[in-house]
Every structure is written in structure tokens, then in C-alpha cells.
Design a protein around this ligand. Structure first.
Ligand code: SF4
Length: 475
């Protein structure tokens, strides 16, 4: 199981989902649908690069195509030309639970009394192992090791009571983070867990609707944002439009704050909050909390740049580029040894020596997980002639693991547990400061509530007992 991206020292991305439904789809629309899903997935490629897939419903005939690889690798023109339909679901995957194998690639498809079902899932269920064991005891065979198949099986088991009851019963049984798009013969279904931990929004496009993890995906297909799916809500989209079923009585929005810090694209809006603006405000807040005299404010590309802009605006210190990212280094870039891994940072990011020579530089990153990349970046700036490097982090220290679809290193490996002064020394910076939890919440907007579990250890859903025990042992 991949853990986190050690080359960038960031939490690994999770998954992206997309769905579409067109009432009265004519031949042209049915032929275009695979391209709409393709662009919807392409714009969410940052959320998962291991596999991509889509399922189209053409009058009850479910057509499936999924492979390991990037969206552009998985879907050739020929493949897209061969897929038609009036409704679809799609998925890009980063495996948080379950191995990276084609069997685990989504959407997952199964047969039930309701006809074929296809499901695309973003998130992680904390009680999937327990439900899986119970189902296996009852004779259910699983094709994959992914917890999304648990949801598919629960839906199939409840299908004798009809779609709505099957959905409600399933949503009550599972716990954790789940945003889902489900293709059924009755229409396209969207579901968000009672805390809305992972995002899911609805857009309108001509005589149809699309759903996506992020609103940037709606922009990519020319759809207009209608609204976010509410926590605990089930929406069913069919020829009659959008029907909403409020499934859970106890809902409280607790969107993952890391979506705003790092995962989501800055041109997305999640639950009414503009990701770009929240990052800019986090940078400004960071200046209020940790000012320092310097000549240049620069961000670590890409996700530290907007916070750096906010810091520069608030401080009046000029903003500039100190590091340039190689756009063509992708998932296939392999650095086998520690020495080469260090070198790999220079291949991915290089210093603009002329911009930093003789200057006191404030370098801003969105987060520090283990601190391995940060030390290399500080060394690169100093080698290029920066007289001082002050490291500022636009999120609080990560003390705890995430159980909701984000892979985290063990507690022992998290830099935060060493203490700020130790990290500063390890990173080699002249000073180091993190944004406070209060400052983060301020930048996200105080009228909403968020999950801050990996910073505070307070989670919206109780952590799985076994994992909690393991985490305790690592303390
Ligand atoms: S624990 Fe952290 S990464 Fe996980 S959902 Fe909560 S805020 Fe997001």
C-alpha cells in the first residue's frame, strides 16, 4: 500500500469522482458523453494518478473501461469513440486502502435486483474491515481489496427493498468518509457522508447534470455550479430532475481542512469557500502570527505559492519566484536510493539563483509532513547565495494520522513530533514557524466547521480501534 509521497514530503492525493446524467439524450449527446467524463476526470488528475475508469449506461447496457495509468493514457480516441450513453460515472484513483491493481480500479460494477450498479468512491470507511468480515461470514465473495466493494455489496443486499431504502440502509451501516457517485438504472446517485468530509458538488449542463469532487471539473466541461451535496444527503438525478433525500439526522459539516491547504485545485470552490482565497488568507494570517524581516517572499511550487502571495501582500515584502518546477516530472519519475532521492528534488524544483542571491528569503510551503524535502530546498537556496532562509508553513504541524482517505506516515515519522526547534535545525532554516490551528480556521472562514484531525487528534468520526491502538503504540 503506498503511504505518502516521500519525494515531495506531502500527503498523497486521494481520489476524484465524476458523474453525469442527461435526460432525453439524443445520438449526438450519447456519443459525446465519454468525452465529457474524460474532461471531468482529466481536470481532477491531481486527485489520483494510479488508475482511471468510466462506466456509461446506454439504455441499461453498462459499458466499462478502466486501466492503470493516467487519464490520457487510459482513454485513447478509439476507446472514447466506442463508449456511448446518457449517464455515466468516472473515477481517478490513488489507493489508500487496497493495493494498486487493476481489480481495485474504479468504478466498481456489480449486478443486483435493481439491475447493474456502478460505483465510484472518494474517501475511506473506518468500519469497512468489520463489515467485510460479516459479509464474508455470510458467504459473500469479494473481487477486490478495496472498501468501496463493501458499499457495493451492501447496496446489492438491500436492493430487494428498492433503491432508496438500499441507499439509506447502506449509508447508515458505513462510517467514515465517503463521497460517492453511483450509476443505477433509476438514475445517477450522489452521496456524501454525514460529515461531508470529502467534497462533492453538482453542476448543470444543457439538459443534464454533472457531479464532481471539485468544481474545477465542472468548469472543464462547461457546467455551471448548482450547489454542493450536503452532508448526509443522497441526491438522485433522473429524467424528473434532482431529488434530495436527507438520510442522516445527525449531520455536521466537517470538510477536510487539507482539501483547502493542499489537495484541491486553487480554482475550485468547496462548500462555498474559494480555495484560492483561503490559501491567500492563510498566508496573510501566517504573517500576522510569524512576521520576519526579509527581502523576498517566495512559495514552494505549486501549493505554497498562493499562501506566499498572501504573506507578501500582508507584509509589504516583495513577492517573487525562488524555485521553478519542472512540469514534466510525473508519477513515473523514480528515485531508487536516498542519495538519488535528494538529487530528485533538484530535478523537480530548481532555484532561480539570480532572484535569491544576497537576499533574505521567506520560503512558504503549504505543509510539512516529514520535513525531508524542506531541508533540501533550504540548502538549495543557501547554495544559490540566499543570506537567510526563513521557513513558514501555511498549516499547523501534522501530529496525527488521517483515517479518512489520506495516507499518512506513522506518527514516529511525522516531523511535528520532534518539536519546532528540532525541525528548524533539521531543515537548516534561520527561523521556522507554522500557522496555528486558530489561524487556519480563521483563514478557512469561521462560519463553517472543518475536520482538523491530523492537527488536533479530534476527528469527526471515531478512529478505528485497531488503528488507534497502533497509533498509540507508535507514540
Ligand atoms: S484528518 Fe486531516 S487529512 Fe484527514 S480528513 Fe481530517 S483534516 Fe483531512
Amino acid at each position: 500500500m503506498p503511504t505518502y509521497d516521500s519525494e515531495t514530503d506531502h500527503f498523497a492525493d486521494e481520489c476524484g469522482i465524476f458523474g453525469a446524467y442527461f435526460a432525453d439524450a439524443d445520438d449526438e449527446r450519447r456519443a459525446q458523453l465519454s468525452r465529457i467524463v474524460y474532461y471531468g476526470l482529466y481536470s481532477q488528475q491531481h486527485r489520483g494518478q494510479e488508475s482511471a475508469g468510466m462506466v456509461l449506461d446506454d439504455g441499461g447496457d453498462f459499458q466499462v473501461h478502466k486501466e492503470l495509468g493516467l487519464v490520457a493514457e487510459v482513454f485513447s480516441d478509439e476507446v472514447l469513440d466506442g463508449l456511448r450513453g446518457h449517464a455515466a460515472v468516472g473515477h481517478v484513483r490513488y489507493s489508500t486502502r487496497g493495493a494498486n491493481s487493476l481489480a481495485n480500479a474504479q468504478p466498481l460494477v456489480g449486478q443486483s435486483r435493481l439491475g447493474p450498479l456502478a460505483i465510484a468512491h472518494n474517501g475511506n470507511l473506518v468500519n469497512a474491515p468489520v463489515i467485510r468480515e460479516l459479509l464474508e461470514d455470510a458467504g459473500v465473495m469479494f473481487q477486490t481489496s478495496s472498501d468501496s466493494e463493501v458499499i457495493l455489496n451492501l447496496l446489492a443486499r438491500g436492493s430487494r427493498y428498492g433503491l432508496r431504502r438500499a441507499l439509506s440502509d447502506t449509508m447508515r451501516a458505513v462510517q467514515g468518509a465517503f463521497s460517492l457517485v453511483i450509476l443505477t438504472q433509476e438514475g445517477l446517485v450522489g452521496v456524501r457522508d454525514p460529515n461531508g468530509i470529502r467534497p462533492l458538488c453538482i453542476g448543470s449542463l444543457d439538459n443534464g447534470y454533472v457531479m464532481a469532487s471539485e468544481s474545477c471539473s465542472l468548469d472543464a466541461v462547461g457546467a455551471e455550479l448548482v450547489r454542493d451535496v450536503e452532508p448526509g444527503e443522497i441526491v438522485i438525478i433522473n429524467d424528473e430532475g434532482i431529488q434530495s433525500v436527507k438520510n442522516s439526522e445527525r449531520t455536521a459539516l466537517r470538510t477536510c481542512s487539507f482539501e483547502f491547504i493542499y489537495f484541491a485545485r486553487p480554482d475550485s470552490t468547496i462548500d462555498g469557500a474559494d480555495v484560492y482565497e483561503t490559501r491567500r488568507r492563510a498566508g496573510a494570517q501566517l504573517f500576522t502570527e510569524a512576521p520576519v524581516e526579509a527581502d523576498l517572499v517566495a512559495g514552494v511550487p505549486d501549493s505554497g505559492v498562493v499562501a506566499a502571495l498572501g504573506y507578501a501582500e500582508a507584509s509589504g515584502i516583495p513577492f517573487g519566484m525562488a524555485l521553478i518546477k519542472n512540469k514534466y516530472v510525473g508519477r513515473s519519475f523514480i528515485a531508487p536510493s536516498q542519495k538519488l532521492r535528494e538529487q530528485a528534488v533538484s530535478v523537480k524544483l530548481n532555484v532561480l539563483a539570480g532572484n535569491v542571491r544576497g537576499k533574505r528569503v521567506i520560503l512558504i510551503d503549504d505543509s510539512i509532513v516529514r520535513g525531508t524535502t524542506s531541508s533540501r530546498l533550504v540548502a538549495m537556496l543557501k547554495e544559490a547565495g540566499a543570506t537567510e532562509v526563513h521557513f513558514r508553513v501555511a498549516s499547523p504541524p501534522v501530529y496525527f494520522p488521517c483515517y479518512f482517505g489520506i495516507d499518512t506516515p506513522s506518527r514516529r515519522e511525522l516531523a511535528a513530533n520532534r518539536g519546532v526547534e528540532d525541525i528548524r535545525e533539521m531543515v537548516g532554516a534561520d527561523s521556522l514557524s507554522f500557522l496555528s490551528v486558530e489561524g487556519l480556521l480563521e483563514s478557512l472562514g469561521t462560519q463553517r466547521t472543518f475536520c482538523t484531525g491530523c492537527f488536533t487528534g479530534v476527528y469527526p468520526v471515531a478512529a478505528p480501534l485497531e488503528e488507534e491502538k497502533m497509533a498509540m503504540e507508535q507514540r
